[in-house]
Design a protein around this ligand. Structure first.
Ligand code: ADP
Ligand code: MG
Length: 671
């Protein structure tokens, strides 16, 4: 007896829906993607009860003829690809021809559409319930398409039960819409939830060049996000060389005999300025060829790019668009196309990390970003996304950072020294050449007056021309700052023309030492080291001992003299000059613990030396070592010469700022 039979179409569609349509947000995603693929200029989304009772998407796109309106409800009916080869280079959001029949099979579904190009003012309406066509009729409607999905999963009670609360489902929907809105600033989006207007995002003018697109994206970000986010524009492009044999997906051999054309890799968008981060990945928006994606490799590359500019357990804030030859990425690996796979994952990862790192370094160095005409005219600057009028201000977790206008003029070479006790600190735009090797010089022997003496402050040196209007801030260390004093024997209080700046002297010192150490290592292959008068032996557990043994070469290069002295015993006989380790045993144990905790980094990122240096620097200074005026000046100056001055090597901020606007808010002078 034959037991195998073909499933009825309707059942097949429901099975497909099980994969593609997880929840109401999947419906919104599929419908909005269709609208975007149909070149809509305006998309309206309306939901009720978290999308359970209604999802309606209205667009003014190409629309469909009567025949197409019927055909699009058949499985594997699509206008977007024709042949299997097309799968290798997909330029649209959709391509499987699965979404509409799947959704229609698990809901009460109405499609109303009118072809934009047709002369007839008449459109078509198709009514479907649980996959059965109930009615097809002519309908008067505007050009474009409206899809209404009611009572999702009404015929699949088990699926319906799995839906979460209305709030959760709405949050998923809003998350997807945020991504769509970021990827398509030129499209106007309206979003209504339970009759309440949540967003009305006007279309933003944009062009094909990256500079214009960055400007458009900034505008869209401003419209979407209530709070201020300090963001740095990114524009990085390189030629990707042709893949080598091992990575060639087609399996062809000898790429030198048959060279593949190189393709351009481009990464553009915005990343958070140093110190801007979140405790989740929520504000990490990544797109590949305009498609919002999740990819662990990319997440990791971001962290790698931030490196010491990010605290442990914090995530970057970004909106980044990766453009790559569509043939070099596979989008057909996930039912909802959320994940992608790169044919040359390692190289993509390296380039993303490099782009992020370069942007962060250029931000401080005052260099324009690579290849960006926008940046060339503007110079690097954090973009403050101002809240749009009437937008609720969302609580942000960012640390206040550079918020200064860009057009500050260079300071006079010798600022007037108005007070011996309170020398104004000159930072940024210095005409003096930077010190060849910044060092924390020991204090001069003559006694210094306490830095925190409460003497009247001289006015800040005048600036001309006046700062440019806000919105184009420059890095905090590029504006004149003046020392006010030290509080709590740790926090250095500084003043700028914009408000108050606080510096954590311990964090700053760690950053300076960290970079000095790595610079020395680069130049001399060995960081300075000082022999101990009394070498000490340290005994470790067997596991720790074998771990430490592996790290010995890096430690030695960084000035920590540890030698094997038996199975599990080591002899500590030298330390970097700035390390004060009265308890050698504890120092070594802590070092081992911290290096073990960083194990993943050590192995996979090949950042062994950085991690060791970071760990060693932690032991460098005591927070409450009192520093006098001259030393503080040196500290700030040395910090200014760092490549990544805004965070300590562990990613904590070295500087925070409270500008006058924030002060006025706190004192209730303004709202
Ligand atoms: P896919 O998007 O993968 O092609 P769908 O099932 O989502 O598959 O849609 C099937 C087809 O219906 C599309 O290829 C497109 O031609 C047409 N279509 C769907 N939605 C719209 C729309 N909003 N405007 C115009 N055409 C649409
Ligand atoms: Mg589709």
């Amino acid at each position: 007896m034959n037991r195998i039979r073909l499933l009825p179409e309707q059942v097949a569609n429901q099975i497909a829906a099980g994969e593609v349509i997880e929840r109401p947000a999947s419906v919104v995603k599929e419908l909005v993607e269709n609208s975007l693929d149909a070149q809509a200029a305006r998309v309206m989304v309306e939901i009720q009860a978290g999308g359970r009772s209604l999802v309606r998407v209205v667009d003014d796109g190409l629309g469909m003829s009567r025949d197409d309106a019927l055909l699009c409800l058949e499985r594997h009916a699509t206008s977007k690809i024709r042949r299997a080869e097309d799968l290798a280079a997909i330029a649209t959001m959709g391509f499987r021809g699965e979404a509409l029949p799947s959704i229609a099979s698990v809901s009460r579904f109405t499609l109303t559409t009118r072809e934009r190009a047709a002369d007839s003012p008449e459109g078509t309406q198709v009514l479907i319930s649980g996959g059965k066509i109930l009615e097809v009729k002519a309908a008067g409607c505007a050009p474009g398409t409206t899809v209404e999905v009611r009572q999702l999963f009404f015929n699949l009670p088990a699926r319906r039960k799995f839906l979460r609360t209305e709030e959760t489902e709405s949050a998923h929907i809003q998350h997807y819409l945020t991504l769509a809105a970021l990827a398509y600033p030129e499209v106007a989006f309206t979003y209504q939830r339970d009759g309440r207007l949540i967003w009305q995002l006007p279309a933003v003018k944009t062009g094909s060049d990256v500079a214009t697109r960055i400007t458009a994206l900034r505008e869209r970000l401003r419209a979407l996000y209530g709070g201020e986010q300090k963001l740095l524009p990114v524009d990085y492009s390189v030629e990707m060389r042709s893949p080598d044999e091992t990575e060639d997906p087609a399996g062809t051999t000898s790429s030198s005999l048959n060279p593949q054309p190189s393709s351009v890799f481009r990464l553009w968008g915005f990343i958070g300025a140093p110190g801007v981060s979140r405790s989740t990945r929520e504000d990490q928006h990544l797109f590949v060829n305009r498609r919002p994606v999740e990819n662990r490799g990319l997440n990791f590359a971001l962290l790698e790019g931030y490196h010491t500019a990010l605290m442990k357990g914090r995530y970057p804030v970004c909106c980044l668009f990766l453009e790559i030859d569509p043939a070099a990425v596979d989008v057909n690996i996930h039912p909802a196309k959320r994940e992608v796979r790169f044919h040359r994952e390692a190289e993509v990862r390296r380039l993303v990390a490099q782009a992020v790192r370069q942007t962060l370094l250029d931000f401080h160095a005052g260099k324009p970003e690579i290849g960006s005409p926008l940046a060339a005219s503007r110079g690097p600057s954090a973009v403050v996304v101002e809240p749009a009028a009437g937008q609720p201000v969302r609580p942000t977790e960012q640390i206040a950072l550079p918020n200064f206008p860009a057009a500050l003029a260079p300071m006079p070479a010798q600022p007037p020294k108005t007070s011996a006790q309170q020398p104004p600190l000159r930072m940024g735009f210095s005409s003096a050449p930077p010190a060849a090797e910044p060092t924390l010089s020991p204090p001069p022997s003559q006694p210094e007056p306490p830095a925190a003496a409460l003497t009247p402050l001289p006015p800040l040196p005048p600036q001309s021309p006046r700062p440019a209007p806000p919105g184009e801030p420059v890095p905090l260390l590029n504006v004149p700052l003046r020392l006010v004093g030290v509080i709590g024997r740790l926090y250095v209080v500084l003043e700028s023309d914009r408000g108050l700046v606080l510096l954590d002297q311990h964090a700053a010192h760690e950053r300076i030492l960290f970079e000095q150490m790595l610079n020395r290592l680069e130049q001399h292959d060995q960081a300075p080291s000082q022999r101990l008068l009394l070498p000490e032996t340290v005994e470790l557990a067997a596991r720790d001992a074998s771990f430490l043994r592996e790290q010995l070469p890096a430690l030695t290069r960084l000035g920590v003299g540890l030698n094997e002295f038996g199975e599990r015993t080591f002899l500590l006989d030298a330390l970097p000059p700035f390390v004060k380790a009265p308890d050698a045993r504890r120092f070594v144990l802590e070092l081992v613990d911290e290096l073990k905790a960083a194990g993943r980094e050590l192995n996979s990122l090949r950042l062994g030396e950085h991690t060791v240096a970071k760990t060693v620097c932690r032991h460098a200074v005591k927070a409450n070592d009192p520093l006098a005026g001259r030393e503080l000046e040196g500290l700030v100056e040395d910090l200014r010469h760092c490549a990544m001055p805004y965070t300590c090597p562990h990613g904590r901020p070295t500087l925070i700022e409270m500008n006058f606007r924030e002060l006025e808010k706190k004192f209730g002078r303004t709202q």
